[in-house]
Design a protein around this ligand. Sequence first.
Ligand code: F6R
Length: 606
Amino acid sequence: MCGINGVVGLNNISEVLFEGIRNLEYRGYDSCGVALMNKKHLIVRKNIGGVEEIFHRENILSKKSRVGIAHTRWATHGTVTQENTHPFTSCDGAFAVVHNGILSNYRFLRDGLIGEGHQFDSDTDTEVIPHLLEKHYKECNDVELALVKTLNMLEGTFALAIISIYHPDQIFCARRESPLMLGIGDELKFVGSDFNAFIDYTKNAIIIGDGEYAILSRDSYVVKSYLTQKEVTKSITKIEWDNEAAKKGGYPHYMLKEIYEQPQTITTALELDSASLDELAGMIQKSENVYLVGVGTTFYVSKFSKYLFSSLAGQFIPAISSDEFTSLATVDKKTLVLTVSQSGETFDTISALKHAKSKGAKTAAIVNVMGSSISRLVDKVILQGSGPEICVISTKAAFTQMVIMMLLALRLGLKRKVLVRKEFDESLAALRELPGIIQSILNERSGFIHRVAHNYAKIKNWLYLGRGIYYPVALESALKMKEVAYVHAEGMSGGFLKHGTLAMVDDEVNTIVFTPPCGDKELYEATLRSVEEIRARSGFVFGIHFNEKGRNKGLFNEELILPNVSPLVAPLIQLVIGQLFAYFTATSLKRNIDKPRFLAKSVTVG
Ligand code: F6R
């Protein structure tokens, strides 16, 4: 939930540290702080606010240092105050620590340390760490040993970066269940929550595993187990992402850039190794019991996929939100748990996977971030290759996951003989058309969606309706609206409306309806029945529908007519409209698009 960065080099590293922590700001942006080693003294600066603001206000770039650590925070323990901002230091000022994760036994440790005379300045769980380091160092006069003793006392999760005046040319770091990796450059060594911390300088990463710690200096590094203190041999992971891809490239916001990247990410997905997809389809086929699992947007990806597996492969596969998985799923050795995650670091999804593994189930994942915890935890991983998604709100990653799920469902359909080869080939051909269609929708319809969004930006409540596979499209579009525009939006299946929510319809509740192509007669007519129900109560409806040759003239208050496309890809086209509608509503309301309030990109806490 927070971003950690550390840099050690031969010359002044303040600027490099600034760039790295700024690239991690999407992980949390309540407050920011740094600790720099100045000869044998620590300079600590921290405050509430974004990275640029704090570096500027605290004049951090003017400080010269060859070793430093930085942190950008998403608050869990303790409110957003300067005192609760990382780094934290020991009483004697010899250690500075930044932390991501949650320590479950911090109250116990804190009480003990206070009893021994340590003074605490914050309400955070993290602050126990520098005090424990100080205590153990006084006992053994050895920083590494003090670190090992400290780590073994901590319960809960952590990714840590530490500097100490006793080793002014080194950074110490450690990990348990919170992401952390090293960047191995020629002149500079890095530690970061993810490789956005150092991708501008090196593409060589070492992923720190659970139970490991590392010591970095300018020209060397070592990784060890904190249980045995034995060295662990690590191999270098080459980051394949292009650092230019993580820049805004002329777009006003990452969200818009990432929506516009979708034609490219679909093309990449269509080029994924078919043998690997086939293997996963085979795993589904062999399992007695399969679950689709994700949370937030990826739960909606899972719900979307549930419809695909039913319609294309004739197999009902339930979708469960990761946070509810342990309470709900029945898991055994014959179960396959197929998870979906952009970051590959989501606590709830990792917990679901661990639960499944503990029962002997097989696990698989569709993940965007290579080297992430989920990608390493599962038996089978499909790396989607959508490139860095910087905006906190997921668009291109989730969209591409839906396309990959289509490919998977088609392959399963073929295996289960629900589809014949001709149908499979036709579906693939329809998918190959998708990048071009989306490109022209983006080019030709954005202006219109902008206008509608702007005109209705003051509406405080939206109902998002869809039936069949358009229902998860409605849910996901409503989530986009909530998180980026802070506007209440409720996704609902059309049929559900009359069972209660219809009572809400008045001139303060607008509806947006995702209509299937009229060729899908039953679903189409059912969707229009919901629209009629609202219109009969004088409710406002914005209809998104396909070219119906004037069939429903006057039914909608506002309408967007889309070109006719194959029924397979039609819901995905509608989703792009949902994304743009949320984006333009948010820009009209002058929201913080790429970093909406209270959110963070990878939710690594439960
Ligand atoms: C919404 C969003 C979140 C994530 C959820 C899971 O736009 O980004 O709802 O989808 O936190 O995250 P990942 O996909 O990283 O597992």
